[in-house]
Design a protein around this ligand. Structure first.
Ligand code: IYT
Ligand code: CU
Ligand code: CU
Length: 277
């Protein structure tokens, strides 16, 4: 019920059990969780309504064999009743269930350290996602482009995460300021989908444009692929984890606009260069 802040070094994965069983974990903030139980099954295609009833945001991602950056000093995720997302839901994806052959108990989870001391900077998530991409079967390259004008107070990105399903090759995010494109981050969504540190320190301020491109291939498919929650569908997500001054805290933002053809004429060529996996 109080305002509390998740702190630096707070997000640590504690592999009490066999680390080989967990493939990835996602921590969500929820307004209302999908279940009132302390834990529930959310199998492969349960979609996002299996996690939160309505409003939700990804707050942290842990993936096997991936780095997990800390929150910078003086930065905290503000959580609690008044934050709008007063519940945490932790989703754990198990990999090879063979590891449970011995019926051992699994105690995987996250340890969060929280403080009631207000932090100078609030952490937040900016999600860019495509909602209308269609990938034609057999077509070698389909770009999903997303871009929005940024009209809020300055944010300072420090980590990013990409998400697609099987057809995604590379996802890149940029700040466009005065026509100049600056990379926020670029990753293959086929690598562990954790948060990676941003390429360099940059800020995003009023008047900038935030843009992302997901590159897909339709090779190997015999029908059209749409955006959706099953593994036969696709998604195009670029998440920016940022901090901003506590005075103007706006911790969850998103962009679902396709962006103009004209704008994306100028996207750096690297956005279409595959990343070896
Ligand atoms: C349609 C789509 O792209 N869904 C994404 C992003 C998304 C996440 C949340 C959209 C909304 C949300 O409330 I939380 I609206 C999606 O489902 N991404 C998956 C997770 O389920 C979060 C991912 O791994 O990024
Ligand atoms: Cu996984
Ligand atoms: Cu998805």
């Amino acid at each position: 019920d109080e305002d509390v802040y998740i702190m630096r070094k707070a997000l640590d994965f504690i592999p009490h059990a066999n680390m080989n069983t967990v493939h990835h974990m996602l921590l969500f903030g929820c307004r209302i969780p999908a279940s009132t139980s302390s834990s529930w099954y959310c199998l492969q295609d349960c979609g996002k309504n299996g996690i939160c009833k309505d409003e939700s945001s990804v707050m942290y991602a842990w993936a096997r064999n991936a780095p997990h950056p800390e929150l910078p000093k003086d930065v905290g995720f503000k959580v609690g009743q008044r934050s709008g997302l007063p519940y945490f839901v932790l989703q754990i994806h198990y990999g090879d269930i063979g590891a449970f052959g011995d019926h051992h108990r699994d105690c995987s989870g996250l340890t969060l350290t929280m403080t009631t001391k207000p932090q100078p900077f609030i952490a937040g998530i900016y999600l860019l996602m495509s909602v209308d991409t269609v990938i034609l079967p057999g077509k070698k390259v389909t770009n999903a482009d997303v871009a929005c004008d940024y009209t809020s107070y300055p944010i300072y990105p420090f980590a990013f995460r990409t998400h697609t399903h099987q057809l995604g090759k590379v996802v890149s995010g940029y700040r466009v300021r005065d026509g100049k494109w600056t990379l926020i981050g670029r990753q293959s969504p086929q690598l562990p989908q954790a948060f990676y540190p941003t390429t360099k320190n940059l800020n995003i301020k009023y008047g900038d444009t935030v843009a992302a491109r997901c590159v897909f291939t339709g090779e190997g498919r015999t029908t059209k692929t749409y955006i959706g929650s099953t593994s036969n569908d696709e998604m195009c997500n670029f998440y920016i984890m940022y901090y901003m001054d506590r005075k103007h805290s706006e911790p969850y933002m998103s962009c679902v606009e396709p962006g103009s053809k004209e704008l994306f004429k100028h996207i750096p060529a690297e956005a279409n260069v595959p990343i070896p996996v």
